[in-house]
Structures are given as structure tokens and as C-alpha cells.
Design a protein. Structure first.
Length: 169
């Protein structure tokens, strides 16, 4: 199968769950979640669920497991909590849940980010992996970083990622 066939195998419109992870954001102040929702819809996808949870392992785990378990969700995006501050527990929490990792996402995201912001890109722990047969991607909270991740990596490969994630051994 060609690359284009792989990319289109999941269908043109995917269903996303968006989870904002933050101790300081709420519905009124969250910029990352609404940015993702708007961009996904503009790209022809739908958002099955959107939620905000605190940067606490139990809350992150519950929200991600609920999204992954939802039959109306093809792909899960989280935003926030990917830095290196002691309160940023998103990445270690997700890594403990991953059935397998997608290391290329984080590597490429930081490389592309380096081209935009320079050495500060090393502070991002953005990552991706598989949980229960679904792709889960942890993104920073900055709309500028979200734009980069969506435009350069995720939107072009979303269908391909979902198609591959649905294959059985």
C-alpha cells in the first residue's frame, strides 16, 4: 500500500478527544483546548469530547482511559503539562499507561520547535503512544506549539496513525 493509501485508509474525518491538563486553566482561561477544537473542526474532523483536568496522575489517568474507552473517539490529544516543572506530571503518567510509544513524534516535534524557538525546545517532553489500540499524543499548552504539531505532524498523518493503530497482529 502506498503512503497516500495508508493516510486515507482511516477515512477523511476522524473523531478526537481533547483533554486540557492544567492546575491553573479553566473553561474561561484555557487557550490550548479551544485552539485544538477549532483547528480540528476546520480540518474536517470532529471532537467527540473535550475536558479539563488538573495535573494530577489520577485525574489524567481517568480522563485518558475514558477517552480511549469511548467508541466515538479515534484519537486522543492532550494539551498542557509537558514541561519539566515538578508539577508537570502528564508525561510520566501517560508513559506508564502507554502500551507502546511513538518516539518519532516527540523527536520531530522538538526538532521542528528548535527551528522556531531555539534551545528552549529541550524543555518540552511532548510525546505520543498507544493505549488500548488508540493513539494518544501529549502536546504543550501553547497555541503556537499546538499549531506547529498539528500542521507539521499530526494533521498530515492522523489518518495513517489511526489506520495503523487499528491493525491486528
Amino acid at each position: 500500500m502506498s503512503l497516500e493509501q495508508h493516510r486515507s485508509a482511516a477515512g477523511a474525518s476522524l473523531r478526537f478527544a481533547v483533554i486540557t491538563i492544567s492546575d491553573t486553566r479553566d473553561e474561561r482561561t484555557d487557550r490550548g483546548g479551544p485552539y485544538l477544537v477549532d483547528r480540528l473542526i476546520a480540518a474536517g474532523h470532529s471532537v467527540s469530547s473535550k475536558t479539563i483536568v488538573r495535573d494530577e496522575p489520577t485525574e489524567i489517568t481517568a480522563a485518558v482511559r475514558a477517552a480511549v474507552g469511548d467508541e466515538k473517539v479515534d484519537f486522543v490529544l492532550t494539551t498542557g503539562g509537558t514541561g519539566i516543572a515538578p508539577r508537570d506530571v502528564t508525561v510520566p503518567t501517560l508513559e506508564a499507561l502507554f502500551d507502546s510509544t511513538i518516539p518519532g513524534f516527540g523527536e520531530l516535534f522538538r526538532w521542528l520547535s528548535y527551528q522556531e524557538i531555539g534551545s528552549a525546545s529541550i524543555l518540552s517532553r511532548a510525546c505520543a503512544g498507544m493505549i488500548g489500540g488508540k493513539v494518544v499524543v501529549a502536546l504543550p499548552g501553547s497555541p503556537k506549539a499546538l499549531r506547529l504539531a498539528l500542521d507539521a505532524l499530526l494533521l498530515p498523518e492522523a489518518g495513517h496513525l489511526v489506520s495503523e493503530s487499528r491493525k491486528r497482529a
